[in-house]
Design a protein around this ligand. Structure first.
Ligand code: PXP
Length: 241
């Protein structure tokens, strides 16, 4: 069984487009958790165009009412992001090598280059009891470097998997992801996955049982326009069980 963490950035985007607190992110998070999702993810970017830093505080307060469920905050560890994460103390922090103005995450860490800068960040987060996950491309050789940073998890960046899904490349690309996940597991890391996952492709990735958690936002929100939020959450839970 793979845990579902629902990324609410698109709810934040919709809300911010009108300047009122509607849709209300906490209400959507509550509804999502009440439907049985394991967790809530947000990715506050420096311009706060989707989730805001205040959302991190509000969701932490909400999650306190749901023992055993988790808040995951993703982002590039600049000083503002780290201040907020260290104050909020989410269950998990997923570190992502984003540029400040990036449209969306589009690559994992290059740990040959980035490990040294990440080490003190990871140590600070862990001192607070926050689990650290590193956003990674599906490269088995990078997993030993991820382990060496002390991070507990990696999150595989699944855009290439989603792109290949349904094409003649599907099985080859899925095998790369499974190999990267297995390499991480063999080293004692846990494995998350995210980006461009949807109701169609998620079970192929997760069925072999290597992925502990998926975080899904964009497609889930689009699917909810078609089928309704509650129905879509239920369908994901069924796909992942
Ligand atoms: N993981 C990371 C690091 C992300 O940046 C995002 C997008 O915010 C996701 C997962 C979720 O991707 P999607 O919105 O395509 O489901």
């Amino acid at each position: 069984m793979t845990h579902l963490s629902v990324n609410l950035n698109k709810i934040g985007l919709l809300r911010n487009s009108r300047g009122r607190n509607y849709p209300n992110m906490e209400q959507m998070a509550k509804r999502t958790l009440d439907l049985g999702a394991f967790g809530i993810t947000i990715h506050p970017r420096p311009d706060q165009r989707h989730a805001t830093y205040q959302d991190a505080h509000d969701l932490k307060a909400l999650l306190a009412q749901y023992p055993g469920r988790e808040l995951n905050i993703e982002g590039f560890p600049d000083s503002k992001f780290l201040d907020v994460v260290l104050e909020v103390v989410p269950d998990q922090c997923t570190l992502v090598p984003d540029d400040p103005n990036q449209l969306t995450s589009d690559h994992g860490w290059n740990l040959d280059r980035d490990s040294e800068a990440l080490l003190p960040v990871i140590a600070k987060l862990q001192e607070k009891g926050i689990r650290v996950s590193l956003f990674m491309d599906p490269v088995p050789e990078q997993m030993a470097l991820a382990k060496a940073t002390g991070a507990e998890r990696v999150e595989l960046y699944t855009e290439a998997f989603a792109e290949a899904y349904g094409t003649d490349q599907q099985d080859i690309v899925n095998a790369q992801y499974q190999a990267a996940a297995q390499a991480a597991l063999d080293l004692g890391l846990e494995v998350n996955a995210g980006h461009d996952l949807d109701l169609q492709n998620v079970s192929l990735l997760c069925a072999p049982g290597r992925i502990m958690e998926v975080s899904i936002g964009h497609a889930l929100t689009v699917e909810a326009l078609q089928y309704g939020w509650d129905e879509v959450i239920k369908r994901y839970l069924a796909e992942l069980s």
